[in-house]
Write a protein that binds this ligand. Structure first.
Ligand code: FRU
Length: 487
């Protein structure tokens, strides 16, 4: 299949070359987020640090701004700020992955980089088949496919994908997102001694398991890791109905805190908490780096979300990844924090201290720009406070009920405003906001909640407006962000 592999790789790069000018002319290209060079990007994959270099792969459809037979694109970086675009890691060229090298993860073993991914196949009858596959690299750039290493266990449908692998003691473990024949979303566990031969141990969590009740028809992109002695399971369940302020997107990603009994196997856990409260966040993946940090990247997109209406489609690309975030466990909750490394992108700081607004709306002199970081300390909020971004999106806070709301125009029907909301555990005291050309990432109260969203204001609009009902006093530190070097 070497011939088919080479052919697909060169077709993909020809397409990138062909579309380059159009893609790069787009005013919504971002400064410090990973994007596809053309076509569609979805999940972050294979995030790992190896010999001091971070490798970050992504689901990629080079030929159109829709889904299909995915490739794995590849970025690498020494510092998480300067990124290099590497050659294509995986192309859908073999019988076991011909309709897509779907999501998966990476581990390092005996100085080689192992990629585990799902081979997606549509057979002659038009039915889906799935295989968990392996590709290995000695140099971190060229990957040799080793074929299928784990197959569908009995009782499950072919919605069986997104292997995440880790080592514990002398054994390797793999979890896979799954669906039982009675259409319940699950996470299942495999074990291996050599990364090649995998034994099915059983399901560990899912809809109808433990204390959950009905909880989705398919669980995508599971991830399991330890923070402070707790086993954290991240998953992206599909099929949850909106419930109050929760589950407002078509699909959502969240986590459980619990304990995995590897012998039974079974995962005992608390309730599901959404990782993000914005409009676009899905399929996150984590790794631990050599500083012992658990770092997460997500897809700043959601599946099945009116893709045709994204303004960037006209310029032949769509979607991006989130900023990386460090996860910590604080009072029984996962909090998310921008990485220290991103401070390298900051220009000179502008301080705006002791601002007071009373029953008024105003701009703050100097606070403008479409690539910046704002750190806002709220000293006093009497009643309501809001920030309007570029006459497009708004973040508003009602002190009475501690509800924080992000709103923006509906992508399809622009006369309609959409909302995403969360009730905070405490008063709003702190916001860290990262604005990129067409994205917003808002870290609330030291990462207790995050709102991640794409925004598409008129490119020339650069100003923010602050509104207060009653009196609000606050201070802002503001940095222009240079964007990362992106080759
Ligand atoms: C999540 C997902 C994964 C799958 C991949 C295909 O967005 O549906 O489950 O592996 O995308 O691109």
């Amino acid at each position: 299949m070497q011939h088919r592999d080479n052919e697909l790789r060169s077709l993909a790069w020809e397409e990138v070359k062909k579309q380059k000018e159009k893609v790069e002319s787009d005013p919504y290209r971002l400064n410090f987020h990973h994007m596809p060079p053309a076509g569609l990007l979805n999940d972050p994959n294979g995030f790992v640090q190896w010999n001091g270099t971070y490798h970050l792969f992504y689901q990629w459809m080079p030929f159109k701004t829709g889904h299909g037979a995915k490739f794995w694109g590849h970025y690498s970086s020494k510092d998480l700020v300067h990124w290099q675009h590497e050659k294509i890691a995986l192309a859908p060229s073999d019988w076991f992955d011909k309709d897509g090298c779907y999501s998966g993860s990476a581990v390092v073993h005996e100085d080689q980089l192992y990629l585990f991914y799902t081979g997606n196949v549509k057979n002659e009858a038009g039915e889906r088949e799935t295989y968990q596959c392996l590709a290995v690299s000695e140099d971190g750039v060229n990957f040799e496919k080793k074929g299928v290493v784990a197959r569908l266990p009995e009782g499950y449908t072919a919605h069986f994908r997104d292997p995440k692998v880790w080592k514990r003691g002398d054994h390797w473990y793999m979890i896979v997102g799954a669906q039982t024949e009675d259409l319940q979303g699950k996470v299942v566990l495999f074990q291996s001694e050599n990364l090649m031969d995998w034994v099915f141990l059983g399901k560990i969590a899912g809809s109808g398991e433990h204390n959950l009740g009905e909880f989705g028809y398919m669980w995508e992109c599971p991830d399991l890791f330890d923070i402070d002695g707790e086993d954290i399971l991240i998953a992206s369940p599909q099929g949850l109905e909106p419930e109050g302020m929760d589950y407002a997107n078509v699909y959502q990603s969240g986590y459980f805190i619990g304990d995995l009994d590897y012998d039974r196997p079974q995962y005992t856990h608390g309730s599901f908490t959404e990782l993000d409260r914005g409009f676009e966040f899905y399929a996150p993946q984590t790794t631990e780096d050599d500083l012992g940090r658990r770092i997460l990247f997500g897809w700043m997109g959601v599946p099945d979300q009116y893709e045709a209406d994204h303004p960037t489609v006209a310029n032949q690309w769509i979607h991006c990844l989130t900023m990386p975030r460090q996860l910590t466990l604080l009072n029984g909750k996962l909090t998310q924090h921008p990485l220290k490394e991103y401070e390298a992108m900051r220009g000179p700081v502008l301080l705006h201290s002791s601002i007071s607004i009373e029953n008024d709306q105003k701009a703050v002199r100097g606070i403008e720009g479409r690539s910046m970081e704002l750190s806002i300390e709220l000293e006093q909020v009497d009643d309501q406070f809001a920030i309007e971004f570029y006459q497009y999106a708004a973040l508003s806070y009602k002190k009475r009920d501690q509800i924080l709301t992000l709103s923006r125009p509906h992508f399809q029907d622009k006369s309609r405003t959409e909302f995403r909301r969360v009730k905070l555990e405490d008063d709003l005291t702190q916001l860290r906001i990262f604005v990129d050309t067409s994205s917003l990432e808002i870290f609330v109260n030291n990462g207790e909640e995050v709102f991640t969203s794409r925004i598409f204001p008129q490119p020339e609009v650069k100003d923010l407006l602050f509104t207060s009902l009653g009196c609000t006093s606050f201070s802002i530190e503001q940095w222009p962000l240079s964007g990362f070097i992106y080759q």
